[in-house]
Design a protein around this ligand. Structure first.
Ligand SMILES: Nc1ncnc2c1ncn2[C@@H]1O[C@H](COP(=O)(O)OP(=O)(O)OP(=O)(O)O)[C@@H](O)[C@H]1O
Ligand SMILES: [Mg+2]
Length: 328
């Protein structure tokens, strides 16, 4: 099958720091695969190794069975948007793409085609230096599409884009996957992935935490419950308990009940003449599920590194500290 990316025990160490830790997973064609992890999780490092821009310390990543360096005309296999600012600012959008095309054996007409696809035709002769962030992203995407590759890889493509731009990129990724291409896209936002990805690979501290279909992830992690608020909380809790319904108090007179619908709970309260100030069905957010998943990996590392237990939810903070160490 064309368009397969296979990682086997892929590892990258920078001195003491293990940025990517024995990652093994496969990215398949015809779907959008979301690559999710908090800041510093190792997403960009993994993507750089995929493109041969960084050498693995151990393990291997292959594109259709080959290393990136072994691909003949790599832009025709895989197109990538890593850093939207990595371009020659003095050149026009058209010339930037033309240079890329000419050095990769891609016909000149593709330049106009991809400019049209990303909506930059009107500013094609303008210097890229003056481009807004969104225009820069579009130009980067045009470069990725230039070789008409089977595989597209985007590192945080929605960063800094306005809602219209985000909507556009989402639709573009879905349509590329719909054409049977492999789309591999990173993000640190679960909510973003839920709207775009069919498959989900989650990493934290360089390690694989989940490799699952988006549908399964949603099914397993979106707990539904009913929020009840009553001035007679104690009585209400007893009534629920007698009916075999688990209810957890959240303070402020709020109870969260599992395993019954809001209809059943409302009727039960009415039968016992209990006053309700609130009765609302709720869905736990996927973002919460993602934070719990990544916080777990941080806890594990904290324990082995220094024996200092960290509170759940510390995963994001740890990532931020690493970013600071990097000096950005
Ligand atoms: N050239 C380098 N030298 C030393 N450490 C590095 C280098 N590149 C990355 N790292 C470290 O490797 C870890 C993973 O970084 P990476 O940029 O891959 O994370 P990321 O998941 O892309 O994060 P973000 O969401 O912030 O983009 C971080 O701790 C980072 O500080
Ligand atoms: Mg990154």
């Amino acid at each position: 099958m064309a368009g397969m990316i296979e990682l086997t025990g892929l590892t990258k160490r920078y001195g003491e720091k293990v940025a990517v830790d024995r990652l093994t997973f496969t990215v398949r064609p015809g779907i959008v695969t979301g690559f999710l992890g908090p800041n510093g999780a190792g997403k960009s490092t993994t993507m750089r190794m995929l493109l041969g821009l960084d050498n693995p310390t151990a393990g291997d990543v292959r594109i259709d069975g080959k290393r990136y360096a072994e691909l003949k005309d790599p832009l025709k296999y895989i197109g990538a948007l890593l850093d939207a600012k990595a371009m020659h600012g003095g050149r026009s959008a058209y010339h930037h793409l033309l240079c890329l095309a000419q050095s990769n054996g891609i016909p000149r007409r593709r330049v106009s085609e991809v400019l049209e696809t990303v909506g930059l035709t009107a500013v094609a002769k303008k210097r890229a230096k003056g481009f807004s962030l969104g225009m820069g992203q579009r130009l980067g995407i045009a470069g990725a599409l230039l070789g008409d590759p089977e595989i597209l890889m985007f590192d945080e493509p929605v960063n800094g884009l306005d809602p219209e731009g985000i909507h556009w990129i989402r639709n573009l990724m879905k349509s590329l996957a719909g054409q049977g291409r492999t789309v591999f896209v990173s993000s640190h936002l679960m909510s973003e992935m839920a709207l775009t990805a069919d498959h989900l690979v989650v990493i934290g501290q360089g390690r694989l935490l989940a490799d699952t279909s988006m549908a399964d992830f949603i099914r397993e992690n979106s707990r539904s419950y009913v929020r009840l608020r009553s001035p007679q909380q104690e009585r209400l809790r007893d009534v629920l308990h007698e009916a075999g319904i688990t209810a957890v108090g959240r303070g402020d007179g709020v109870l969260e009940a599992d395993g019954a619908t809001s209809e059943q709970l409302g009727e039960l309260a009415a039968r016992h003449q209990l006053v309700l100030h609130e009765l609302s069905p709720q869905q736990a957010s996927l973002e919460e599920a993602f934070m719990q998943l990544t916080a777990g990996s941080v806890e594990y590392h904290a324990h082995t590194d220094g024996g200092v237990p960290q509170t759940p939810g510390a995963g994001w903070g740890a990532g931020v500290q690493q970013q600071k160490k990097k000096g950005v």
